[in-house]
Design a protein around this ligand. Structure first.
Ligand code: TRP
Length: 343
């Protein structure tokens, strides 16, 4: 028996922020270093293009940026296969066969797709590629016979739909080539969805409320100093609220075990009155700087040779392609369309 296979990826639509980091990327590094899994991590640039066809530059640029973020956090091409979706044509081919097993109505009922369609304001003009991206995601997952898919909880409907496709395919073609994956979702929901600096539930580039792994120390400081706290906590002596106060929220997420006692003490003092926002922010800055400085420094090192970064992706993609081609060949055999192998 080989090791269990893990596959996960991100849409490259911008640099990774600390929300991505605490919500998923950090955990991938831990999984990678456990040495218990065969890991595939990829940039879903093809999926990102399903709603960015007319401004591909953003996606193209982000591929290099996110690859840098991956290397900076410690994902290691020697331990995990890091690849680029658009370079694996077998994924598109699998998608075509799976499309015949899924109704349009089923896609329209996918809760994540539904929410995104509303958010993106497509109206009557939903790109076909966008509507079918859950099927292409099923191709991503099944091409590598992934057993485990670590992802945010918004990806639950995608895993569910993938499992349905696997069952339908295996049943229809009386085979067991496809593997039903399990999702691996964040236990700590607070970290699973880190709110923005301004308290908005979502950290995002368009809201301009994020901290990026690439941010320099000055930017980090400015951002933390501008964080949303308790608007009624005006003077240091005033009692303050810790609920909805982003500084305390982030302290809970980024504080290590050894910081917990001090964080609890600060919470008490803040609620009683007598602790100023500047102090709590400086404390948070220290904690975040401690975690982010090594990442930022490694990122700067890797950025000196972008050629090397792309070569890493190219190599990873070649390796990933072999595995996907093997699965596609098994899929075609199961369907009986491997005409020339039968000669
Ligand atoms: N849909 C994921 C996102 O929006 C990206 C993704 C594409 C993915 N294919 C995947 C994640 C396969 C896990 C497995 O971030």
């Amino acid at each position: 028996m080989g090791k269990p296979i893990i596959l996960t990826g991100d849409r490259p639509t911008g640099k990774l922020h600390v929300g991505h980091y605490v919500g998923s990327v950090k955990n991938r590094v831990l999984l990678q270093n456990e040495n218990k899994y065969d890991m595939f991590i990829f940039l879903a640039d093809q999926q990102a293009l399903t709603d960015n066809a007319k401004n591909p530059e953003k996606i193209i640029e982000s591929v290099g940026e996110v690859a840098l973020d991956y290397l900076a956090v410690g994902l290691d091409p020697k331990k995990a296969t890091i690849f680029l979706q658009s370079q694996i044509p077998e994924l598109a081919e699998l998608t075509v066969y799976y499309m015949n097993l899924v109704s349009v109505a089923r896609l329209q009922r996918n809760p994540t797709v539904k929410t995104e369609i509303a958010q993106k304001g497509f109206g009557e003009s939903i790109p076909t590629g966008f509507l079918v991206y859950p099927i292409s995601q099923a191709a991503d997952i099944t091409a590598f016979k992934a057993n485990l898919v670590p992802a945010g909880s918004d990806q639950k409907p995608m895993i569910e739909q993938t499992r349905e496709i696997v069952r339908s395919f295996n049943h229809t073609y009386k085979t067991d080539v496809l593997v039903e994956p399990e999702g691996l979702f964040p236990e700590n929901e607070a970290a699973g969805r880190l709110p923005g600096l301004d308290g908005n539930a979502k950290m995002s580039k368009s809201l301009n409320n994020g901290i990026y792994l690439a941010d320099d120390p000055d930017t980090l400081k400015k951002k933390i100093m501008s964080m949303y706290t308790d608007p009624n906590h005006i003077r240091v002596e005033d009692p303050g609220q810790i609920e909805g106060n982003m500084v305390f929220h982030y302290l809970d997420v980024f504080g290590k075990k050894e910081d917990k006692a001090e964080i609890e003490r600060m919470k008490e003092q803040y609620q009683k009155g007598g602790l100023g926002d500047v102090k709590t922010k400086r404390f948070l800055l220290d904690i975040m700087e401690r975690e982010l400085a090594p990442i930022r420094n490694r990122r700067l090192e890797f950025a000196k040779d972008m050629g090397e970064v792309y070569r890493m992706l190219e190599k990873g993609s070649e390796k990933a392609r072999e595995k996907a081609a093997q699965t596609l060949s098994e899929v075609k055999s199961a369907m009986g369309i491997n005409y020339f192998n039968k000669l």
